[in-house]
Ligand binder design. Structure first.
Ligand SMILES: Cc1cc2nc3c(=O)[nH]c(=O)nc-3n(C[C@H](O)[C@H](O)[C@H](O)COP(=O)(O)OP(=O)(O)OC[C@H]3O[C@@H](n4cnc5c(N)ncnc54)[C@H](O)[C@@H]3O)c2cc1C
Length: 270
């Protein structure tokens, strides 16, 4: 939709050219959310795509995803064959309500920064122990685990003027075996729960719960837990107030389906 209050679209080519001074400034990535509803408070968009960040880079540490990498680029990334977690890229992309056409514009960073419970790029990056690199407006930068980047429904750690630069997924996580489950109230509905289980080479198990909760939760175990232990860990590890409540599912339902999907994941990874 048109955004009639916008009078400036800046396209910086370098970090030094990013200017977020003044009121009503927002970063623009794929624009799939920004242009999907009125943004009456906004006056200026700072288009991050002009910075020309390489979208997907295999590094010594693992995989670096530029914030501006599109979901399509992520899904079609060429990565080492030993990275058994790669199917998770497509599974998480498919958990978005968005069609494959949106995948060509929507970015990984935009999904994280929107911080919706059903943000499946959050699921992916939290499940694989992603580390977010954030640029401060004073020229400095810091890292924060994606698990801690999202702090609630539509909320994250970013202060005004801060930009998410990239997310690094470590090799050890990319080599893990994973299992994925998603449920929604309707076949094409927004996700009510999206869970990922991960077994590392050393046998450690991590269960990531998203969409059912207002922010991601990761429960970690030294080995694959027994069914009862997993059930208890979910009940005690996720506070009652965290179960998300909206048109796409009630808190009770979300807590119940999380238990069911977690057991399915456990059985798949045994
Ligand atoms: C049909 C449809 C279905 C959708 N389904 C889902 C869904 O199931 N789950 C879901 O989570 N979303 C969904 N969305 C919303 C949205 O498309 C996605 O979250 C998408 O990944 C957002 O990415 P974007 O690049 O388009 O972000 P934009 O729209 O460009 O930006 C989103 C927000 O993030 C900020 N931002 C973007 N990049 C950065 C950055 N690097 N640093 C700081 N701030 C930044 C922007 O200022 C803006 O506030 C859907 C959208 C559509 C149109």
């Amino acid at each position: 939709m048109d955004l009639p209050t916008i009078d400036t679209i800046a396209v910086p080519r370098t970090r030094a050219e990013i200017d977020t001074s003044g009121a009503g400034v927002a970063f623009l990535a794929g624009g799939t959310w920004l242009f999907s509803e009125p943004q009456d408070d906004l006056r200026k968009l700072v288009d991050l795509t002009g910075l020309g960040w390489p979208p997907i880079t295999v590094t010594d540490d693992g995989l670096e995803l530029a914030a501006t990498a599109t979901i399509e680029q992520l899904v079609s990334a060429q990565v080492p064959g030993t990275w058994k977690a790669q199917p998770l890229f497509r599974e998480c992309a498919s958990a978005l309500l968005a069609s494959f056409k949106i995948w060509h514009s929507a970015t990984v960073g935009g999904n994280l920064c929107l911080s919706l419970p059903a943000g499946a790029m959050i699921t992916l990056c939290a499940a694989l122990d992603g580390s977010a690199l954030v640029w401060r407006s004073d020229g400095s930068q810091y890292r924060v685990p994606v698990l801690d980047f999202v702090t609630g429904a539509g909320r994250n750690v970013l202060l005004p003027g801060e930009v998410l630069r990239s997310v690094t997924l470590p090799r050890v996580a990319l080599r893990s075996r994973t299992a994925f489950r998603k449920v929604a109230l309707a076949p094409l509905g927004r996700s009510g729960a999206v869970l990922v289980g991960r077994v590392d080479a050393g046998g450690e198990f991590a269960l990531t719960v998203t969409a059912a909760t207002d922010r991601p939760y990761v429960l970690r175990f030294p080995t694959l837990p027994a069914a009862d232990e997993l059930r208890r860990a979910i009940s005690s590890g996720i506070p009652g107030r965290a179960w998300y409540d909206d048109a796409h599912g009630s808190p009770d339902w979300r807590a119940a389906v999380t238990q069911t999907l977690a057991q399915q994941i456990r059985e798949e990874l045994v």
